[in-house]
Write a protein that binds this ligand. Sequence first.
Ligand SMILES: Cc1cc2nc3c(=O)[nH]c(=O)nc-3n(C[C@H](O)[C@H](O)[C@H](O)COP(=O)(O)OP(=O)(O)OC[C@H]3O[C@@H](n4cnc5c(N)ncnc54)[C@H](O)[C@@H]3O)c2cc1C
Length: 445
Amino acid sequence: MSFSTLSSVARVGTKSSTFQSKRFLAQVAATTPRASSYKVVVVGGGSAGLSVASTLANTLGNNAVAVVEPADVHYYQPLWTFVGSGLKTFDESKMAMSEVMPEKAQWIKESVASFNPGKNTVVLGNGESISYDYLVVAAGIQTNWGKIKNLPETLGKNGVTSNYSAQSVQKTDEFIKAFKGGNALFTMPSTPIKCAGAPQKIMYLAEEQWRKAGLRPKTKINYFTGLGKIFAIDKYANQLLKICKERDLNINYFIDLAEIRPDSKEAVFNVIGGEAKGSTLTLPYDFLHVTPPMSAPDFIKASPISNADGWVDVDKDTLRHNKFSNIYSLGDCSSLPTSKTAAAITAQSAVVKNNLLGDIFGENEKITYDGYTSCPLITGSDKLILAEFSGYTGKPQETFPFDQSKERLSTYLLTKEIIPDIYWKYMLKGTWDGPAKYRKMFGTV
Ligand SMILES: Cc1cc2nc3c(=O)[nH]c(=O)nc-3n(C[C@H](O)[C@H](O)[C@H](O)COP(=O)(O)OP(=O)(O)OC[C@H]3O[C@@H](n4cnc5c(N)ncnc54)[C@H](O)[C@@H]3O)c2cc1C
């Protein structure tokens, strides 16, 4: 059975005729006594977990699939760049978990605390043990706010904000609008993060608002990245550097934020590369947008399923675990050497679903992941550079038959208005596996 067959098996009514009853069913599922054993257990009900669980649950039937997910709310995080700049509301980025949980899956509203791959079990936070035939690990990335001194207590106050938290993303919009000029700092850490473009997208949107408000002459904007490039792929990086030059945005490389001093409104940075390596830099701020350091989640790091860096150790082509053949992983917590985005998950989920269902039904038509990922680099409230590339080859992998490194209104509208709809209606329901078929249609493969 190929994925396209599975996809049509899984195609459920896209419409929310059933929202009320769905919510009821999911709430019942989350609270009724549950089995201690499932055909497939999915860890995490985020973008990756649900896009896989939907198809598996529809294909394997009622309660063959369990999703272990502690949160009440599911967020479409890519919208937070728009929320942080006032172009979308926070409410548009969220949905009750009960509304997006696949109807035929059992929602186990707990956290996974540890893995016992030798025994095919996971242990929940409440001590309960759940066994599985197959395990899909999709628990996302961990944001380490505490690694920046004083950040947890400063976030959301006096001009310090971050689009990387549901708690502070609306503060970004508030602080941008309240800004009266001065020093604006934007940071990007040297660790792997989700959506490596997001730390700079908010800078372009803030700068546009301050320019329109006449604040630019009395505003200095600095971007600090712990990395040595503004963006990994040269085609887009070159374009971004031109924009930064034209708009007087100073880019500083190999510098990591280390501390915030809220009383004096100063940010302290560690210089981690270049001639000044080993020194520190202290700068006053009036506005500070922080992207926190991130890592693999601690409970995965401490488990037998992680690699040396803490990520779930999977084969980059098949997404199957390198040691435990009945475990798959995708999304931000996986070891896949590509950019961590929801866009990447569209292609990864197709591979996991196809290969896992192939295991179950004894089929051998395995498919492989090519490293596809995408980052819509929003550079203004009406323009965007749609970076699409393979993290495996480092080469652009664009969908449309035009130069996507140019800023465009069309790709801005696609990202702001159409892709969110695709996410809620199709990706979470397991029926969107990325734009590969459009690349074939447009002949851009
Ligand atoms: C500001 C911002 C902008 C972004 N912009 C874009 C963009 O433009 N385009 C794009 O493609 N991507 C973007 N992303 C990235 C995208 O949101 C993520 O890559 C994507 O959500 C990852 O999906 P995931 O399922 O791996 O993790 P998540 O969606 O984060 O889900 C992980 C889930 O696992 C659950 N979980 C955690 N621990 C446990 C546990 N112990 N047991 C059980 N469950 C657990 C969590 O509660 C969560 O529901 C952006 C992200 C941010 C924050």
